[in-house]
Write a protein that binds this ligand. Structure first.
Ligand SMILES: [Zn+2]
Length: 241
C-alpha cells in the first residue's frame, strides 16, 4: 500500500457508517479526491479536527484499491482564525467550496483552482477585508480561469461601448441598450465588476458596502451556475445588500 501526500482544502464531509467520515478534498496535485477518515467520529480520534470544510491541510493518504483513499494523518497549513470566528466569513467560504465541489470531475488536478481557492480563503481570513463580495469575485475569476471570462467593457452582442445596461449570463457579458438581454445592471454594479476584473479587486474588497454589491453578487452567481449548470445552495443564502 503506497502512501500519498498532498496539500489540500476540505470541500465537504459526510458520515459513513458508525464512526467514519467521507472527506472530499481538492488537492494541489491530486485535484478532487474522496477520502475516508476511519474512526474520526470517536472522541479519541486525533485527525477529526483537521477535517472540517474550509480546512487547509497537509494530508497523508494510504492509496487503497477502492474508490476512497484512507486518511492516515492531517497537519494544518493555516488555522484561518479570523475566517472561522465570523459567520459571514464562514458562509462566504462555504460558497467557494461548494462551487469548487461542483466542478466536473474530469477537470481534475487543476493546480490553478487549488491556488485560487487557497488565496480566496486567505483573503477571507484577512481582517481588513469585507467578505461580502469575495464569493462574487471568486466566481468571476473562476470563469476567467476556465476560459470564460465575462465581457464587461462592451456589448457582447454588437461590440458597442454602451451605455451597457444589462448582463446576459447566457452570452457571457454585458449588453447595450439596443441589444438589452439578461439581467438589468446599474452603472455602479458595472463599475464594481470592471474594477474586480481589472486589477482593483483588493480595493473593492476593502469597501464596507460598495454601491451595486447585491447586483454584482446576483450576476456572478447566475454566471457560475450557468457555467456549471447547477444551482448553488449555499451561495444563494449569502446575504445580498
Ligand atoms: Zn449591443
Amino acid at each position: 500500500m503506497n502512501t500519498l501526500r498532498d496539500e489540500a482544502v476540505v470541500l465537504r464531509t459526510y458520515r459513513s457508517g458508525e464512526s467514519d467520515r467521507v472527506v472530499v478534498l481538492w488537492g494541489r496535485e491530486l485535484g478532487k479526491i474522496r477520502t475516508i477518515a476511519k474512526g474520526v467520529r470517536k472522541t479519541t480520534s486525533k485527525i477529526g479536527g483537521g477535517l472540517e470544510p474550509l480546512s487547509h491541510v497537509n494530508i497523508f493518504l494510504a492509496d487503497s484499491r477502492g474508490d476512497l483513499k484512507i486518511v492516515k494523518q492531517v497537519e494544518h497549513c493555516n488555522r484561518f482564525a479570523t475566517l472561522k470566528s465570523s459567520f459571514e466569513r464562514i458562509t462566504a467560504g462555504m460558497a467557494l467550496v461548494e462551487v469548487v465541489d461542483a466542478i466536473p470531475a474530469e477537470d481534475l488536478a487543476d493546480e490553478g483552482i487549488f491556488t485560487m481557492l487557497v488565496r480566496a480563503l486567505e483573503t477571507l481570513d484577512d481582517p481588513e477585508i469585507v467578505p461580502l463580495l469575495v464569493p462574487a469575485a471568486f466566481f468571476l475569476k473562476l470563469l476567467a480561469l476556465d476560459g470564460s471570462e465575462p465581457l464587461l467593457d462592451c456589448c457582447v452582442n454588437c461590440s458597442s461601448e454602451g451605455p451597457l445596461v444589462a448582463f446576459d449570463a447566457a452570452q457571457g457579458g454585458t449588453t447595450c441598450r439596443d441589444c438589452r438581454s439578461g439581467r438589468q445592471i446599474s452603472p455602479e454594479a458595472l463599475v464594481v465588476m470592471q474594477r474586480m476584473m481589472g486589477g482593483d479587486l483588493a480595493g473593492v474588497l476593502r469597501e464596507a458596502n460598495p454601491a451595486g454589491a447585491g447586483e454584482v453578487t446576483a450576476v456572478a452567481q447566475e454566471a457560475i451556475e450557468r457555467h456549471f449548470n447547477r444551482r448553488l445552495k449555499v451561495a444563494r443564502s449569502t446575504p445580498a445588500s
